[in-house]
Design a protein around this ligand. Sequence first.
Ligand SMILES: *Cc1c(COP(=O)(O)O)cnc(C)c1O
Length: 361
Amino acid sequence: MANRVFNFSAGPSQMPLEVLEQAKNEMTNYAGTGTSVMEMSHRSPAFEGIIQEAERDLRDLLSIPSNYKILFLQGGASSQFSMVPLNLMTKNNKADYIVTGAFAKKAFAEGKKFGDCLDVASSADKNFTYIPNLSDIKLRKNADYVHITSNNTIYGTRYAQFPDTGSVPLVADMSSEILSRNIDVSKFGLIYAGAQKNVGPAGVCVVIVREDLIDEPQKNTPAMFTYKLHSDNDSMYNTPPCYPIYICGLVFKWLKSIGGVDAIEKINIQKANLLYDYIENSKLFTSPVVPEARSIMNVTFVTGDKDLDAKFVAEAKAQGLINLKGHRSVGGMRASIYNAMPVDGVKALVAFMQKFEKENI
Ligand SMILES: *Cc1c(COP(=O)(O)O)cnc(C)c1O
């Protein structure tokens, strides 16, 4: 595919080419059904096979224990900002939030609508360039959950370790890193991730939730915002986002075919090291993030000169390295190097950065 570019978008992001090709081949006739997945009933045996297999493959990939439910929901990760408090803040009506970026702030603001939410720690004082020291954080023993954003898409930070919340369930927004590194799901009460960063197309959000946390929600919670309803109906209470779920299933198969999360984690570390090692030695580019909190999915960097940053982004684009502009709240550049970004894409980016540095220093 000579006309493909390396797409460093933070989301929706580059997909594995093999997945797109397979979807193309099956577009008008899925597995001999004579219909596209887009056209089939969500109650048909063919689609039931698709969703069940997607769930099984995700369970394999992350070794999700059997006492966790996997839900495929709509409304993006942003709906989870409300669904989590509505469904989990039901015992003491309290929750603790660690605020490490723009999405964490949104989650916290939403949580406050539904109960007593406390920002127990934040890295806002240094524009979210670090993760607060977890041993300093005082968590409330009677909180219904602790909420974190495990990888901060906009700022390029991530938790190297996760907080130990004892018997209080840990809830994590993993939208921009799910399936990029090994995690122990049993340490979490609930994990959610919008698909369009590392899993599939926009339109579906994956929720992995411990069964004992699926209970009656707060009073007047809309049906569509009730985990119990979706769980009791195996994500088929209403029409699920069928086509995005199918594509997620293809991505899971692709990931399994290349060796699963262990294999991709090694590749992701290799890709991130290529970039960070170069930036560390560069006389032009610097990373705004403290080394121990650097994300292996979203790599932010700056020249310190707005015009030069803009020139970099434009010239990179002309070379087929697209969507490198940083988020408007950070400026500079951001290379999102999710699972589907090949090592060659990162090598091409580093080579371009070296050339740009020579020409502009
Ligand atoms: C992109 C993103 C979101 C928002 O996801 P939507 O699906 O657009 O609602 C939330 N959290 C994180 C960490 C993200 O990267």
